[in-house]
Design a protein around this ligand. Structure first.
Ligand SMILES: NC(=O)c1ccc[n+]([C@@H]2O[C@H](COP(=O)([O-])OP(=O)(O)OC[C@H]3O[C@@H](n4cnc5c(N)ncnc54)[C@H](OP(=O)(O)O)[C@@H]3O)[C@@H](O)[C@H]2O)c1
Length: 264
């Protein structure tokens, strides 16, 4: 029997890419209900219709970068289900550009969506998890939580911050029955790179990118794991180890490779 049977799951960024695939995979695990959260109602309705014969589902149009919208969403969710077992903080965006060229609004948008959005959603469901003494918070970061990439400073900053916040939170929640796991994928074939700022810059790297399903499988594994961070694919943990051990060799290579792409 699935360990996830009967669970109530919230997935942010559920309208597309990794989030959509995560919803479809949880639905296969006999969960009780999945709550889909993102801004685009039509795309969430489409995803919800794909799981209608598997479990209950609710859709909530909500901008996670807006704390009052997040509070409203959580109030409605908790009035129906009174407890959320698994929260997947997956909503995120990237905007490509050098810090000197980006507006403060662009930097704020990335930071508020990826980092503060994760915190807003965590805060609104944490009390009910503490009350029930059970829960799992899964934060989707990136390999960009371990490597600073030129052209993605705000994005990398938000993902480094997610990892640091999650590590602290995991320590704070020790012994409460609530776990925190970060899932950190390398490049994934999704709509992420459709933002106009990317142009064709990542086109020739796309052939190395993962299928979103590969990442959603890791998110499902994360929901029953005690680990703080799951790197996808697992062997990229070797790359992170190398970066942390010999940064004076790895950083110039990363910098050179992405600067060239940025300036092309
Ligand atoms: N693709 C990659 O290469 C890659 C690699 C590592 C990590 N990641 C991370 O994976 C996560 C999912 O991205 P993806 O690759 O699946 O990209 P995607 O296909 O563009 O999906 C992003 C999702 O986030 C939602 N979203 C964006 N801004 C939002 C906001 N303010 N409020 C609520 N929802 C919002 C989008 O829905 P709406 O537009 O409907 O709001 C969409 O459902 C992100 O956190 C991203 O940083 C991606």
């Amino acid at each position: 029997m699935s360990k996830l049977r009967g669970k109530t799951v919230v997935v942010t960024g559920a309208s597309s890419g990794i989030g959509r695939s995560t919803v479809l995979d949880f639905a296969e695990k006999q969960v009780k209900a999945i709550i889909l959260v993102s801004r685009n109602k039509e795309r969430m309705s489409q995803v919800s219709s794909e799981i209608s014969d598997k479990c209950e589902s609710m859709i909530f149009p909500c901008d996670v970068s807006n704390n009052s919208e997040v509070s409203k969403m959580a109030n409605e969710v908790l009035s129906v289900y009174d407890h959320v077992d698994i929260l997947v903080n997956n909503a995120g965006i990237g905007i490509l550009g050098k810090v000197a060229d980006q507006s403060i609004e662009e930097i704020e948008q990335v930071t508020k969506t990826n980092y503060l959005g994760m915190i807003y959603c965590t805060k609104v469901f944490l009390d009910s998890m503490l009350r029930e003494k059970t829960g799992h918070i899964i934060n989707v970061a990136s390999l960009a939580a371990s490597f600073g990439i030129p052209g993605l400073a705000a994005y990398c900053g938000s993902k480094f911050a997610i990892l640091g916040f999650s590590e602290s939170l995991q320590h704070e929640l020790h012994g409460t029955g609530i776990r925190v796991t970060v899932v950190s994928p390398i490049g994934v074939k999704t709509n992420f790179f459709q933002h106009s700022s990317f142009g064709n810059k990542f086109k020739n790297r796309e052939r190395f990118f993962l299928d979103p399903h590969y990442v959603s499988k890791a998110i499902i594994r994360a929901s029953t794991s005690n680990r703080l961070e799951i790197v996808v694919p697992f062997y990229m943990r070797g790359g992170i180890w190398l970066k942390n051990t010999i940064p004076f060799i790895v950083n110039p290579i990363v910098g050179f490779s992405f600067r060239r792409m940025l300036d092309d």
